[in-house]
Design a binder for this molecule. Structure first.
Ligand code: Q46
Ligand code: ZN
Length: 300
């Protein structure tokens, strides 16, 4: 098969676009997708400070690399969540990339810095490790971005992630989540920094090609807690549909963003936003969950 752009031998076929590309033209396509997503959704401008959240996996490494290559003012942030060897190995990957390419990187270690332990919290609060971990990550992304004067927090969520999340939210008609789902979560409070997903139209497979073609090292293993997650089942189901009918995931997500989301706009949660009495970060209670977590973990 030939590349649709330059007619050289193709190395990747994108059935949903009815296209095939050689390596160079694939990278050209990938870059254009990311730049289009950033501009069309007004995620951030050149010069604005962007905090890219990196985990060492292929998606966030691709995000980090493309934002740097395209000249954005990007600083990466890695959080060591204390998930055994997985966390140590992912930190190594991220630190190595930053060092080799001379890139700014902020590292947060929840155990060393705050005494936090997601397993202790999970047991004490009877919440899953993922639920606790998610709260901690969201808090730190926002706090670091706010304290550092960043305009946006960028994550490596891809088309597969977004379609699976949408699928799950539709199955249980999570109106509040549907109202918020999208490539940009706007700033609704001066202390809540905008969250953006520049890779939301690119698939896992395309991010994999991007890192392989650019010889970017990444951690091949997933977090051990992602095994058995509902989202993985949704991804498998959507992959089957995609196999039969290429473009299903993209049509599902873009159709929702264009035609479906507006019907949920009135459902926005009317929760009153306050500032935590300890740390000043935005919360709906007197004290934010992060500060409560710190107390729980540091009690003897
Ligand atoms: S939430 Fe759960 Fe992830 Fe945290 S414990 Fe691992 S799988 S890292 S995206
Ligand atoms: Zn707090």
């Amino acid at each position: 098969m030939k590349c649709v752009r330059c007619k050289k031998k193709a190395v990747i076929v994108l059935r949903r676009h009815n296209a095939a590309f050689c390596a160079d033209c694939f990278l050209h396509y990938y870059k254009n997708q990311v730049l289009k997503n950033i501009r069309k959704n007004r995620m951030f401008e050149k010069g604005e400070k962007v905090l890219a959240v990196v985990s060492g996996g292929k998606d966030s490494m691709a995000l980090w690399d493309i934002l740097v290559k395209e000249g954005y003012n990007v600083v990466a942030m890695y959080i060591n969540l204390g998930i055994g060897e997985y966390s140590n190995r992912s930190q190594e990957v991220v630190e190595k990339f930053a060092k080799e390419n001379n890139l700014p990187l902020i590292v947060k270690d929840i155990k060393k810095e705050f005494g936090l332990d997601i397993y202790k919290l999970s047991k004490t609060l009877r919440r899953s490790p993922c639920s606790v971990c998610g709260s901690i990550k969201r808090y730190l992304f926002n706090k670091v971005a706010y304290d550092g004067g960043f305009s946006a927090v960028a994550t490596g969520h891809n088309l597969d992630d977004e379609a699976a999340t949408l699928f799950g939210n539709v199955l249980s008609w999570e109106e509040g989540y549907l109202a918020r789902q999208g490539p940009v979560l706007p700033q609704t409070h001066p202390k809540l920094i905008k969250k953006v997903k520049p890779l939301y139209t690119l698939t896992e497979r395309e991010n994999m090609y991007y890192v392989l073609l650019n010889k970017i090292e990444f951690l091949h293993e997933e977090c051990p807690h992602s095994v058995g997650a509902r989202s993985i089942l949704y991804k498998e189901l959507l992959n089957k549909l995609e196999e039969e009918s290429p473009g299903t995931k993209q049509r599902f997500l873009s159709g929702f963003l264009k035609k479906g989301k507006k019907h949920f706009q009135d459902v926005r949660e009317k929760l009153e936003l306050k500032e935590c009495k300890n740390c000043g970060q935005v919360t709906t209670t007197e004290e934010c969950s992060f500060c409560r977590f710190v107390k729980i973990c540091n009690q003897q």
